[in-house]
Design a protein around this ligand. Structure first.
Ligand code: CDP
Length: 223
């Protein structure tokens, strides 16, 4: 089996930053599954397809070719990595991600990617559903306040002006929908290692995870 690292956790816990660094350190492909749900949301909103209109939504997904290049999501040849983080996407993505048929399609795509490459994959259901047999599973958390602060800094650094309270509310609402949906809710896999990053630097989290991966060494790599 290929090497696969699964990182799950709530919005803004730092999964993508950490995953990108682990990808570099262990020469893995970074698969950002949240970006895939965001891409579906972006396309659906642009084409005026509501989450209730399943038929057109599924047709739309069938027309979407998604792959990753240098950590960026390429959709039908276009790099959409900036656009999918705009607040109107964040505010709507959980409603599209809660649709079972949408998840089925994206999970199948994600599994195919992990069959082809050694991956680090982040999301909400990676350790519990997508890659149940992952070589390493982590569950990354941080307090909602801290996560909102980080997300504000990130958006501000991209020149998008945001309000801390609004971001905090969006994160709390999204966490609630993600953890309470019927299909594949956000939950820690029994065999995942939980890391609270509220008081850790990025480097400290990466070092902690790297320690497990290096120690797991050959037995896990050989699985
Ligand atoms: O970066 P952030 O943590 O804010 O979120 P994201 O990873 O980009 O994911 C955006 C949204 O996609 C989440 O709030 C979930 O609703 C959904 N998602 C999911 O349902 N399952 C995944 N494996 C990944 C994301």
């Amino acid at each position: 089996m290929r090497l696969s690292v699964a990182i799950d956790g709530p919005a803004g816990a730092g999964k993508s930053t950490i995953a990108k660094l682990l990808a570099k350190r262990f020469n893995l492909m970074y698969i950002n599954t949240g970006a895939m749900y965001r891409a579906v949301t972006l396309k659906a909103i642009k084409e005026d397809i509501s989450p209730e209109d399943k038929e057109n939504l599924l047709k739309l997904i069938d027309k979407m070719e998604m792959h990753f290049e240098n950590d960026d999501l390429i959709l039908n040849g276009e790099n959409i990595s900036e656009e999918i983080y705009l607040p109107f996407i964040s505010n709507n993505v959980s409603n599209y991600a809660a649709i079972p048929e949408v998840r089925e399609k994206l999970v199948a795509l994600q599994r195919k990617m992990a069959e082809k490459y050694n991956v680090v994959m982040d999301g909400r259901d990676i350790g519990t559903v997508v890659l149940k047999e992952a070589s390493f599973k982590f569950f990354l958390t941080a307090s909602a306040e801290e996560r909102a602060r980080r997300r504000c800094d990130e958006l501000c650094s991209k020149g998008i002006s945001v309000n801390h309270k609004e971001i905090l509310n969006e994160i709390i609402k999204r966490d609630y929908i993600d953890s309470h949906r019927k299909i594949n809710p956000l939950t820690k896999a029994k065999d995942a290692i939980e890391i609270d990053s509220s008081y850790l630097t990025i480097e400290e989290v990466v070092d902690k995870m790297s320690g497990y991966i290096t120690k797991g060494g050959s037995s896990n790599l050989a699985k």
